[in-house]
Design a protein around this ligand. Structure first.
Ligand code: PEP
Length: 254
């Protein structure tokens, strides 16, 4: 089965519920979404309900995602959110392992694996972010880092859950303000490694998993990445935080 094209953004710790709702509404009005495409918007937790109000609480072609989830079903975890809480909001997707979660909140591969399994078990789609730091890259172990994150993150995932999985390759040195835009030559070998890693983990079924690229993507370079054979979409930060920027990056990347 051909893999779908995915495109979306994560607002990180930005936007009030009202701002996220307006963004989503304007996005719906600005785009004709082809049937083989999945778009997604990942606002802060506090905006999820307001965005779902706009989406209509039905399956919508623009998925609404959460930025994190805890692995436990409930309990004494002050400040955390469970998969059941996301399901109660009909959230479509959760991103796990974003570089900022790994860096500032010290999330480990093993913890992320618990989160991946909990989210998949609850029926959520998961976007697992992997990527090497500049330091790891400078020592020539970028590929090893990414493969380790992938292998531990996906440990125990069942073949029948693969339809819920997507991977985002986001080199840490390329994301956010101060990031350096990667070239196609930087991304291609790692995307190939991720594809091979998925095939190795799940035999032939690993080819089903879409791989997105993220890191300083904007309308000027989006097509460079989506032209790569193992890249099936884009995960965009700053350039997609306006509706015009989202639409322009999507149109040039698709
Ligand atoms: C990110 O932080 O995941 C990201 C892709 O950011 P940006 O596009 O702003 O580099």
């Amino acid at each position: 089965m051909p893999r779908s094209f995915l495109f979306g953004t994560n607002f990180k710790m930005n936007q009030t519920p009202a701002e996220s709702a307006v963004f989503y509404q304007q996005l719906v009005e600005s785009l004709q979404i082809p049937p083989d495409i999945h778009l997604f918007v990942i606002p802060p937790y506090t905006s999820l309900s307001a965005v779902k109000d706009v989406a209509g609480w039905q399956p919508h072609p623009i998925w609404v995602g959460a930025q994190n989830v805890h692995w436990a079903p409930d309990g004494a975890y002050t400040g955390e959110i469970s998969v059941g809480m996301l399901r109660a909001l009909d959230v479509d997707l959760v991103v796990l392992g974003h570089a900022e979660r790994r860096r500032y909140f010290h999330e480990t591969d093993v913890e992320l694996n618990r989160k991946v399994l909990a989210a998949l078990g609850a029926g959520l789609r998961v976007l697992l972010a992997v990527g090497e730091t500049a330091e790891e890259r400078s020592f020539g172990v970028g590929g090893e880092t990414v493969l380790r994150q992938l292998r531990i993150g996906l440990h125990g995932v069942q073949p029948e859950q693969l339809g819920q999985m997507q991977i985002a390759y986001e080199p840490v040195w390329s994301i956010g303000a101060g990031g350096t835009a990667a070239s196609a030559e930087d991304v291609e070998p790692i995307a190939k490694l991720i594809r091979a890693g998925c095939e190795d983990l799940f035999a032939g079924s690993g080819t089903e998993i879409p791989i997105l690229y993220g890191g300083s993507v904007d309308p000027s370079n989006a097509a460079t990445f989506t032209a790569l054979p193992d890249i099936d979409g884009l995960f965009v930060g700053r350039a997609a935080w306006t509706v015009d920027g989202f639409v322009a990056s999507f149109h040039t990347g698709y």
